[in-house]
Design a protein around this ligand. Structure first.
Ligand code: BGC
Length: 356
């Protein structure tokens, strides 16, 4: 079976009857939970390869869990004074759409933006997904109100910072919400103001040495910044800042086809992430460099287990090997299969015309 076919199969096999995609079916710390960030890219992968029903089921489920929290969003918006991060909407949900009762690094805004972006992509490709309107409006209201707050990043770290990749995800999500055409005039105006605010903030404080920075004030790069170029287009590939960001992420973080999250990463010893090779390949493909893109696709495929499953990261060239054992003791072996890795493989394969 090709890795495209296996990826579609793994994602379908583990999709819950609720529509939720579990991040990883068997990994101790993720089991039983679905993240909007992971799910949005997984849905984008299967939506591109003809599983319109599976993607739509995920989008309906996401819209439902967000709409269920419309009251919470209203009360957050009308609250005065600083709000503790733990009071904001959750980062991950049980497969039945509940909050879950074991503490997590809650308050991450990017997933809500990425979900809106993925829903709009799917809608453009396959038509509107019924029963998503209230979820779209709730997510847009939430992001328009809170986009400027610091929160945890894609890697669920540094809640005290404003992360440029998070801002890029929100920027794409709010533009998508407007394009979906379901916002009220007031919601549309608030979303447009937030989009303009993000652009102004990132151009004033999010760029260093002509490329994007990990968080406002940091000089580091981060693999998640790739998404600010392709697919989110905060700075497109033909803008000098977009081109310089991809080039600098590749220079600092790519090694032999794999991509590190950031140089100080210690999670499982800081290995190379399969899904980030997908983002870098995607950027090369869109910038008209298919051979470079193909190198990343091939590296991703080479990380599959004998049964074809893709892990979250590979530990053969770790940045901080002394930290690996600690994570093995805590959570067991690296999450495999990680459905987001398979989703990214599907996206990059589609960019390169590789089908099942
Ligand atoms: C990663 C997140 C991801 C989550 C579920 C975490 O370890 O840092 O980016 O969303 O796992 O896959």
């Amino acid at each position: 079976m090709s890795l495209v076919a296996h990826s579609l199969d793994v994602i379908r096999r583990y999709q819950s009857s609720s529509g939720a995609y579990p991040a990883s079916p068997s990994f101790s710390a993720y089991q039983g939970f679905s993240w909007l960030r992971d799910g949005a890219f997984i849905a984008e992968g299967v939506s591109r390869h003809g599983d319109a029903d599976g993607a739509a089921a995920f989008h309906r489920w996401s819209a439902g869990v967000i709409a269920d929290r419309a009251g919470q969003v209203e009360s957050l918006v009308s609250r005065e004074g600083p709000i503790p991060p733990g009071d904001m909407l959750p980062t991950r949900f049980t497969l039945d759409g509940l909050n879950g009762d074991d503490g997590w690094w809650d308050f991450q805004l990017d997933g809500y933006g990425t979900w809106l972006w993925a829903l709009a992509e799917h809608t453009r490709r396959h038509g509107a997904v019924p029963e998503t309107e209230k979820g779209v409006r709730t997510a847009a209201r939430y992001l328009s109100a809170f986009w400027a707050l610091p929160c945890y990043d894609w890697w669920e770290e540094h809640v005290e910072q404003r992360h440029v990749a998070t801002l890029g995800s929100i920027h794409a999500g709010l533009r998508a919400a407007r394009a979906l055409g379901v916002l009220s005039p007031a919601e549309g105006t608030a979303a447009a103001e937030a989009v303009a605010g993000i652009e102004a903030l990132v151009s004033a404080e999010g760029v260093v040495d002509g490329r994007l920075r990990k968080w406002l004030g940091s000089d580091a790069v981060d693999g998640s910044l790739l998404a600010c170029v392709e697919p989110f287009g905060l700075y497109p590939a033909d803008h000098p800042v977009g081109a310089a960001t991809v080039a600098e992420v590749e220079r600092q973080l790519a090694r032999d086809g794999g991509v590190y999250r950031y140089l100080k990463d210690t999670f499982y010893g800081g290995g190379r992430w399969v899904l980030l090779a997908g983002f870098l390949g995607w950027n090369h493909a869109r910038a008209g460099r298919p051979e470079e893109a193909r190198r990343y696709l091939d590296w991703m495929a080479a990380q599959a287990t004998p049964s074809g499953d893709l892990p979250e990261q590979v530990s053969d060239l770790p940045l901080a090997p002394e930290y690996e054992q600690e994570w093995l003791d805590r959570w067991g072996t690296v999450a495999t299969p990680l459905l987001w890795s398979h989703g990214m493989y599907l996206i990059l394969a589609d960019e390169l015309g590789v089908s099942a």
